[in-house]
Design a protein. Structure first.
Lengths: 708, 97, 241
């Protein structure tokens, strides 16, 4: 047939892949999605899309989708298909039994950043009223938890200060530990557009990424630092700014505490952070550090965008604070074209952060230990809440290994593949008596689950997502849930089965509850979002009825902002004779995260396996040629990958992605983590790479493993 | 890595104590550049508002039993503040107060 | 700039990007309309609900002025300027419909259709088909001359295909790749009749620098670049056995 079929129906919704949160028209024929067309009125994408959101939607009705709930007595047994009622009753009975035996704190829950705001909110409510503890965490624990901590500490709000479009007014763009053209492609296109218009681009990244150099886009300064030296280098930029007196004194006096600035200036102004000292340590030319600092300070409108290359370190939170400090010192906050902005990985990871899915915080980043805050929830929910913080995700695994944590309700997460030090996570999973997994597919984590609750994709439900610029957009049901229930409905059922009666007719009622309990969402409602297309929080009826595009314009949430002291503390993960290379991990354009979705689409045409990027000199030294199978060993474990000789990595650094389960990238990553949030140090692992002798044997072994 | 650890009191610790000590020291490293007083308070505020109470208790039990071997001095001081009546204050983000 | 991007509307294609200059009032077929300075006559016409037929213009891309179907008459000016590349001026009086304009557009359309698969004209729903509707020109008087109807289809990309037989070389795909996506993977190779859309150095799309963002597919007015998901059982040309 030469003439394409014309779609019959279209529904405007929000892409569930990365944190850009593009608006799409999902078009259907006979109830099946046949096309996703970028929505021109989407304020995050203005009619643009990328290979994931635009094309890779086939996973949603892939034959691998599980459509019936399943249970089993132990992970050695085969799954048994059951009805929803039986699955829910079984899960609740198990949770209650385990709490009866091991105590109230022996169970916990994890929410998903691929689920809606309403579903995330319900998960934390489930933990607090259903499990009666605060053992609730979300996957930003392993990506952007340092953002929330570091930006809240300095600026008072743990989120992006700008809206995406603001970059079109920037004169200087500083990208740190992010590769937007691959990780956040639609925003990356906007960034490149601004660079083509003449903005200066500064990139701090160990790799020569696509953002550093691509067609008609070349960074003015690229600081290819040694992995793990972020804080050192950022403090050195600050050193240049304070010693050359490039800071904005009037901004600091008006908007910050002058004494804190002086304290900070004394720290970073110390000779320890002079470019001449830092340069050799971080593998950089001191002159490049000076140039970057001068360009950033001069602006006049300089903006910072950063990613997991900042957060996923043992000093991740400190690194984020460094960025806050820099922006404060130069007065690059509170107007268009400036700011500090995290680029978030998952579609709703900002929502995951905002909606109280934390062991220590309720919605809007307010402490569980705060009696007034907790009290407002207790009155609304009619139940007394645990006044103490709960366990974080990695602490849950630690506690499981110590024998004090026995059950987990996981919604749409795959910690066995995505979390660091896989051997440790697997041992922890094995030690649990009941793992309840709610997901689309039988993931790596499903191997260790006892109850499987089939979830729904973002095309099968109603709700909202919050993107990386704090924009709350509508997720609309395009087709009926394949397994019969939207994710929020599953959680509601489980909550009822746990003995907390609750009922919602529609997710809009859950958003109303969020608005009622959270000042930042106070004015938010489905009706407002329908009317405006999308709304950025803070949104409240009195001051910001239509939301807020740029934060900190007149004052900071705490009145004034704070300089934090950011001394450099090297990671304990060091190279040695045995492990002389530094491995850093990341992602590529066509695949998404652990690949559960994109591996089930045509995107395999671009990237069918994870590979190890290695510098030519390091490869030659080890007798490795392009395409060789190599084994990568760290202090924590080993795996094997195919090597690719690459100019994108510097000598001494190797790089891989974690999109495919069989490559077990997280078998080698360490269990070191950020001091403040336990966000894992994915970005630095000392490794050795060895060419595998029997290459064909390895091919066969891997093929066998994949087909198994 | 050692197996399931017992706290020195004989009761099972929620998490391996060695790991808790390492985590507490990492927190201490961050607050180290602050002046005396603020330093300890930073550690206290963080442990109080971010840590599960069982983790704090396990660490306090370890300090009671061992004197806190392996912990930085100001981390120990911060831990003591946790147990001092009257030091409790509202949770906050930002520099130690 | 960003405020202009936000003026884009899903249900309407203004033809050229919205601008945010001071208001300018002009008339389109006698209807007064006010648009920001810097806007094109084409945009003003769309705003006045007197949309001009167009092929190489779309509001996500800067005006290009190559397809010659958007011609208009402007009082006091000679000739038939392209409405996409003509900026509005205060008091301008524009005519979008006349016998002469219809004849000019019909001539252009006939030339396009002379190198377009005849079997694909009825039943289509692309922008080209909308222009066929609007101009009432669905056939051409020419014989079978030199053409691109047998150029091979590029199906290398898993999600979309490129059928050069339907390409009118308007370069919307090339410009979308540059202006919207910023990848510069597409180009127009050759000149005159020989000119054709090519990915990188004449490679298949999959092997080229193309990142498969889909901006070109969305920009294509003829469904020469089109999603594979819209075909059941694969793509087959009408005249193929």
């Amino acid at each position: 047939m030469p003439i394409p079929r014309k779609p019959e129906r279209s529904v405007v919704t929000t892409c569930a892949y990365c944190g850009v949160g593009c608006g799409f028209r999902a078009e259907t024929i006979g109830g099946r999605v046949v096309r996703m067309v970028p929505w021109k009125e989407g304020k995050a994408n203005h009619g643009h899309g990328c290979v994931k959101g635009r094309f890779a939607f086939d996973y949603y009705d892939h034959p691998d989708r599980v459509k019936v709930p399943m249970i089993r007595g132990s992970i050695e047994e085969p799954w048994r298909e059951v009805g929803w009622d039986e699955a829910i009753a079984h899960a609740a009975t198990e949770l209650k039994r385990i709490q009866g035996t091991y105590g109230r704190g022996s169970v916990g829950a994890v929410s998903s950043s691929r689920c809606t705001n309403e579903e995330i909110f319900l998960m934390q409510k489930f933990a607090r009223v259903g499990l009666r503890n605060n053992n609730i965490d979300n996957c930003s624990r392993i990506c952007h938890s340092p953002t929330q901590f570091g930006l809240q500490a300095t600026l008072g709000a743990g989120a992006a200060s700008q809206h995406f479009d603001s970059i079109l007014q920037a004169d200087v763009i500083l990208v740190v530990g992010a590769n937007p053209t691959e990780g956040h492609p639609v925003f990356g296109s906007m960034l490149k557009r601004r660079v083509r218009e003449g903005a200066k681009l500064l990139v701090i990244d160990p790799r020569r990424t696509e953002t550093v150099e691509s067609a008609h886009c070349l960074a003015d300064v690229h600081l290819a630092l040694r992995p793990g030296t972020n804080v050192l280098v950022l403090d050195s930029l600050a050193h240049v700014i304070v010693t050359e007196r490039l800071h904005d004194e009037s901004f600091i006096r008006e908007r910050c505490h002058w004494n804190e600035f002086e304290q900070w200036a004394a720290l970073v102004g110390h000779a320890r952070y002079s470019p001449d000292v830092v340069g050799p340590e971080a593998g950089l030319d001191p002159e490049h550090i000076r140039r970057a600092a001068r360009l950033y300070a001069a602006g006049p409108r300089s903006t910072i965008y950063y990613g997991l290359g900042v957060t996923e370190h043992s000093q991740g939170s400190t690194g984020v604070m460094c960025l806050g400090n820099l922006a404060l010192a130069c007065g690059h906050l509170g107007r268009e074209g400036v700011g500090v902005n995290p680029l978030r990985g998952q579609g709703n990871v900002q929502g995951g952060s905002c909606l109280g899915s934390w062991p220590h915080m309720l919605t809007g980043y307010r402490f569980v230990t705060d009696d007034a805050v907790r009290g407002s929830f207790e009155r609304d929910w009619g139940i007394e809440l645990d006044p103490e913080p709960g366990l974080r995700l990695p602490n849950m695994f630690d506690a499981a290994l110590a024998g004090t944590f026995k059950a987990m309700y996981i919604q749409g997460e795959d910690p066995v593949q995505s979390d660091p030090n896989q051997n440790h996570v697997v041992a922890a999973m094995r030690s649990m008596e009941c793992v309840i997994l709610q997901d689309l597919f039988l993931t790596e984590t499903a191997k260790f689950a006892h109850v499987f609750l089939p979830g729904s994709s973002a095309l099968e439900k109603n709700g909202t997502f919050t993107n990386a610029e704090r924009r709350v957009s509508m997720v609309r049901k395009v087709c009926e849930p394949l397994a019969g229930l939207e994710d929020w409905q599953i959680t509601v059922r489980l909550m009822n089965a746990m003995g907390y009666p609750v009922h919602y007719d529609h997710p809009s009622q859950i958003l109303d509850e969020i608005a009622r309990l959270s000042p930042a969402y106070e004015g938010m409602s489905f009706e407002l979002i329908e009317r405006n297309g999308s709304v950025q929080w803070p949104c409240n009826r009195k001051d910001a009825p239509d939301g807020t595009e740029v934060l900190h314009t007149r004052s900071f949430p705490r009145g004034r902002a704070n300089f934090m002291l950011t001394a450099y503390v090297p990671t304990q993960e060091r190279t040695s004779d045995r492990y002389p290379l530094l491995l850093t991990t990341g992602r590529i354009l066509s695949q998404y995260n652990v690949g559960t979705q994109t591996r089930r689409t045509g995107n395999l045409a671009w990237y069918a396996e994870d590979v190890l990027d290695i510098h030519e000199a390091d490869a030659r030294q080890r007798g490795i040629v392009d395409g060789d199978w190599v084994s990568i060993a760290s202090r924590y474990g080993s795996t094997r990958l195919r090597a690719r000789i690459s100019e994108r990595v510097s000598q001494g650094t190797v790089y891989t992605t974690f999109h495919f389960a069989q490559s077990k990238a997280n078998a080698i990553t360490s269990d070191l983590s950020d001091w403040a949030t336990n966000c894992p140090e994915y970005k630095v692992t000392a490794v050795e790479v060895v060419r595998m002798q029997a290459r064909q044997a390895a091919d066969r072994a891997v093929a066998a493993e994949v087909s198994a | 890595m050692s197996g399931p650890a017992k706290a020195p009191g004989g009761e099972q610790a929620v998490i391996d104590v060695e790991r808790l000590v390492a985590m507490a020291n990492q927190i201490g490293d961050f607050f180290a550049p602050y002046p005396r007083g603020q330093r300890e308070e930073g550690v206290r505020n963080h442990l109080r508002n971010y840590w599960d109470p069982r983790m704090r208790e396990a660490l306090l039990a370890y300090v009671a039993a061992s004197g806190g071997t392996g912990l930085h001095a100001h981390v120990l001081d911060g831990l003591r503040l946790l147990a001092t009546p009257g030091v409790e204050r509202k949770a906050y983000a930002g520099p130690p107060q | 700039m960003w405020s202009e991007l936000r003026a884009l509307r899903d249900e309407i294609d203004y033809g050229t990007p919205p601008r945010d200059g001071a208001p300018v009032t002009l008339t389109i077929d006698g209807v007064a309309v006010t648009v920001p300075a810097g806007s094109s006559v084409m945009l003003a016409a769309a705003e006045a609900r007197r949309a001009v037929p167009k092929l190489c213009a779309t509001d996500m891309l800067e005006a290009f002025g190559s397809c010659r179907v958007c011609l208009v008459e402007i009082e006091g000016r000679r000739g038939y300027p392209a409405s996409c590349t003509t900026p509005v001026e205060p008091g301008m009086a524009v005519r979008t419909r006349s016998d002469r304009l219809q004849a000019l557009r019909a001539g252009v359309m006939e030339l396009y259709l002379s190198d377009f698969p005849a079997a694909d004209i009825p039943g289509g729903w692309s922008e080209l088909h909308e222009v066929i509707q609007a101009t009432g020109v669905a056939q051409h008087p020419y014989g079978r001359g030199e053409n691109h109807l047998d150029a091979p289809v590029d199906e290398s990309n898993p999600y979309f295909l490129f059928d050069p037989a339907k390409c009118i070389v308007c370069s919307r795909c090339v410009r979308a790749c540059e202006e919207v996506q910023g990848t510069f993977a597409l180009t127009i190779e050759g000149r005159g009749f020989a000119s054709k859309v090519a990915a990188s150095q004449g490679q298949p799309f999959l092997d080229s620098e193309c990142v498969s963002c889909g901006a070109c597919v969305q920009a294509c007015p003829t469904q020469s670049l089109v999603e594979k998901s819209l075909f059941v059982g694969g793509y087959r040309r009408a005249d193929s056995p």
